[in-house]
Design a protein around this ligand. Structure first.
Ligand code: PSU
Ligand code: MN
Length: 299
């Protein structure tokens, strides 16, 4: 499997010397934010990880190779290219065998990080159970990946484009350790709370690292979701964002958007209607990258 991987010299060196490494995904760049903010964000996420004395490893598939650690040119390519696939577990091998370009979602980034020997991954929000699940059966493969692949994912919870209580039920059923960072409230991405309670809380990066290590040492498969709320300064009031999300959901239904296109469509509509949402998004991913670096140092 390692023959499919291409580690940047810096990442390779860091992994071999057991230095802290933080994986970063590329769907957020290619399908989650508009250009040029996506590129600026990708670069500043890498900087944040470095400021916290860890090595960033942004992951993407370019010409059928899994790149772990992207150069500036490769980041630019992922930010600008139009025909980039959005890869999850099911189509990662397709992109490799067909020598395509693809951005990795949380699920695919977890698989690639694990193959490379990286244990910590920072993102914005993971996928989950969609609100119309009884009609569409739309449940993100991210949830199942969290139950299979031993990577600690730091996210700001999930967006309320999703059904948050159902998403948490599925995570519980799948046995994923979902733990709040300095909170008992599961965050809803733009807002610090979702109204859904968490059963587990940690207050330091060391506690988070210990929890994940304990899980691994016990031989329990799968990963862990560390839920880190957006800062008070950047948070958007739930009432304000919920109006925008409702409009976006109605539009998606009207246009018959389905499958893989649902999440990117909703993300772009939300930012169109409320530009403040993009700043909030950038701020929370940076904060997740910083926390992920601190956790990686404690592993
Ligand atoms: N949620 C966000 N921003 C994102 C995504 C989700 O707030 O960029 C991306 C992530 O890459 C996630 C993917 O893994 O969307 C989930 O897509 P789907 O719902 O199609 O599984
Ligand atoms: Mn889906």
């Amino acid at each position: 499997m390692r023959s499919f991987l291409e580690l940047s010299p810096e990442v390779k060196n860091a992994i071999e010397s057991n230095a802290p490494v933080v994986a970063l995904e590329s769907t957020i760049i290619s399908h989650g934010m508009p250009y040029p903010k996506n590129l600026e964000t990708a670069l500043s996420l890498e900087n944040v990880v470095r400021e916290h004395d860890a090595i960033p490893a942004t992951i993407a598939v370019i010409d059928g190779k899994i790149k772990v650690g992207l150069s500036r040119e490769e980041l630019e390519f992922m930010a600008k290219a139009k025909d980039v696939l959005k890869l999850s577990r099911m189509d990662l091998p397709y992109a490799i065998s067909q020598k395509k370009n693809g951005a990795t979602t949380v699920a695919a980034t977890m698989i690639c990080a694990h193959l490379a020997g990286i244990k910590v991954f920072a993102t914005g929000g993971v996928g989950g159970v969609h609100r119309s699940v009884e009609k569409t059966f739309d449940i993100s493969a991210d949830l199942f990946e969290l139950s299979k692949t031993p990577v600690l994912v730091v996210s700001a919870g999930v967006k309320s484009i999703l059904d948050i209580p159902k998403t948490l039920e599925v995570l519980e059923t799948l046995g994923v350790t979902v733990v709040g960072y300095k909170t008992e409230d599961f965050p809803s991405f733009y807002s610090r709370s979702s109204g859904s309670k968490l059963y587990m809380r940690v207050d330091t990066p060391k506690e988070a690292a210990n929890l994940f290590e304990t899980r691994m040492k016990m031989g329990i498969d799968g990963g862990m979701l560390l839920a880190n709320p957006i800062s008070k300064e950047e948070e958007i009031e739930p009432e304000k964002i919920s109006i925008v999300i409702k409009e976006a959901l109605l539009l998606a239904e009207k246009k018959g958007i389905s499958g893989k296109d649902v999440t990117p469509f909703l993300l772009s509509k939300i930012v169109e209607k409320l530009p403040q949402a993009l700043d909030a998004n950038i701020s929370l991913v940076k904060s997740n990258a910083a926390l992920a670096a601190e956790v990686a140092k404690n592993l």
